[in-house]
Design a protein around this ligand. Structure first.
Ligand code: ADP
Ligand code: ASP
Ligand code: MG
Length: 450
């Protein structure tokens, strides 16, 4: 049995959902049961919901309600097209949007959106798309049943980036999905969404439906976790930067984790972990090209003979330079610096140090001002926004130091702000001005993958 997760573009409109139905059907006839289906919100819907929350919170009720109406129309139209608009589905969609309108009116009065409320609003996209897909499958003759993701994914209360509680989640997944699978039904649930043990709606962070898919795959001990998206698999570079990157046929879990963490958006960075723990292969596939072989991610991977496996990049990164105000770097300085980031729950991606200074990159700027204020108590702090990091990944970097040298050599005309290779030695990461990123990525790609 496999778990199939479909991203936003793979459920974007009735045509996409019809392709999904074919994909589900063929998995079902191959395996004789399942699959378990996890869906994202229709593409653009989460962004639209967050914009609605933003407009409502700044008092622009009319704008928020108008945007909500557009979403209502889009979902009702899809329901009509796919499922023949059964009364229950129409009523569910309308109820969801009536509730959204009520929340919008309350926020417009309060002029404040708490993370908890933001989650209630953001979750609507997945709750609706999963209802729609479930009804469409039934209409197409596939026995399917909607499952409320809030009964399957149990998380802490860190709203907008909640962390699943593994034991509780595994138990909840088995209790809510296994009986359906056992009687030949396809369970359909929204990704991205969970709930605290008290039942408050949470979300797993942007792009989190992949993570839901992996959690469900692990909880059900699936044979494979499939991530269906709009590209043929993991590519050798970000296709929005490099023209015609190549498909990476296989990856090790470790390589995939590094690529996801350093910006390959096709996979949410947390996705690999549940798969690693149960040794379940993950496959990235294109829902517009379902006969493709995609990218297969397994414990060992299958080395392809290229010096590097793929490149990844992250934009909108901020470099923070912290220089000890004392002349010499006292021990304890690094601890003090990292405690500040910890206090504000801000992850640091790349770190380099010298005797008296440490430079780090962050991509979550929410608490940056407060972090800088705190650091200034005992250090000089400089902040440089609009930076980018470029990461070259490959298991061969571990044993062949000349590959890292070649990476840096190829980039000789690009001013590099930081260079870092960590203990895993599976990646080498360089930080530069954002404006230099496209050129740097194309140069590296040409050198290693042309
Ligand atoms: P989904 O909605 O299916 O989750 P995402 O938009 O989250 O899809 O991820 C797929 C996108 O990731 C692709 O359209 C592509 O633009 C982007 N991407 C960035 N880096 C890579 C990479 N190395 N390989 C494949 N896709 C990548
Ligand atoms: N819909 C959510 C987002 O846009 C989650 C996902 O698509 O994975 O971030
Ligand atoms: Mg995604």
């Amino acid at each position: 049995m496999v778990v199939q997760k479909f991203g936003g573009t793979s459920v974007a409109d009735p045509d996409a959902i019809r392709r999904l139905i074919d994909i589900v059907r063929s998995a079902r006839s191959r395996d004789g049961r399942g699959p378990a289906v996890v869906v994202s919100a229709m593409s653009g819907v989460t962004d639209a919901l967050l914009a609605i929350a933003g407009a409502a919170g700044s008092g622009d009720q009319a704008d928020a309600l108008a945007r909500a109406d557009q979403l209502r129309v889009r979902h009702l139209a899809a329901a009509g097209d796919l499922a023949g608009a059964p009364q229950v589905l129409i009523a569910q969609i309308n109820a969801q949007f009536d509730e959204l309108a009520a929340v919008v009116r309350a926020l417009a009065v309060l002029r404040e959106v708490s993370p908890r409320t933001l989650d209630v609003i953001a979750a609507i996209g997945e709750l609706l798309s999963s209802r729609l897909v479930s009804a469409a499958l039934v209409q197409a003759g596939v026995p399917a049943e909607w499952v409320d993701a809030r009964r399957a994914i149990v998380t802490n209360d860190d709203h907008t980036r909640a962390v699943p509680m593994m034991r509780e989640t595994n138990a909840a997944i088995r209790a809510s999905l296994q009986p359906l699978l056992d009687n030949g039904t396809v369970p359909v649930l929204g990704g991205f969404v969970g709930a605290t043990p008290e039942g408050r709606t949470t979300t797993l962070g942007r792009g989190g439906s992949d993570y839901s898919g992996a959690l469900i795959g692990a909880g059900l001990q699936a044979n494979e976790i499939q991530i269906w998206t709009d590209v043929d698999g993991m590519l050798t570079a970000d296709p929005r930067v490099v023209e015609r990157p190549k498909l990476v046929p296989t990856l090790s879990f470790d390589e995939a984790a590094e690529l996801a963490y350093f910006g390959a958006k096709v996979l949410h960075p947390s996705t690999i972990l549940p798969a690693v723990e149960r040794n379940i292969p993950v496959r990235i596939l294109n829902s517009r090209n379902p006969s493709g072989t995609g990218t297969l991610i397994t414990a060992e991977g299958t080395p392809q003979g290229t010096p590097l496996t793929a490149l990844a990049c992250k934009r909108d990164v901020t470099v923070v330079d912290v220089t000890s105000s004392r002349m010499l770097m006292a021990y304890g300085f690094l601890r003090q610096v990292f405690e500040v980031f910890e206090q504000f729950r801000t992850a640091v991606d790349v770190v380099t140090t010298s005797e008296v200074s440490v430079s780090v990159t962050v991509d979550d700027r929410r608490h940056l001002d407060a972090i800088v204020e705190s650091l200034k108590q005992y250090a000089d702090v400089a902040v440089e926004p609009e930076m980018a990091l470029l990461c070259a990944v490959g298991d061969r970097l571990r044993n062949e130091p000349e590959i890292a040298a070649r990476v840096v050599g190829v980039l000789e005309e690009v001013p590099l702000r930081m260079i870092s290779q960590a203990a895993s030695r599976r990646n080498i990461t360089v930080v530069m001005r954002q404006a230099d990123l496209p050129h740097a990525m194309r140069r590296l790609h040409e050198e290693f993958f042309a």
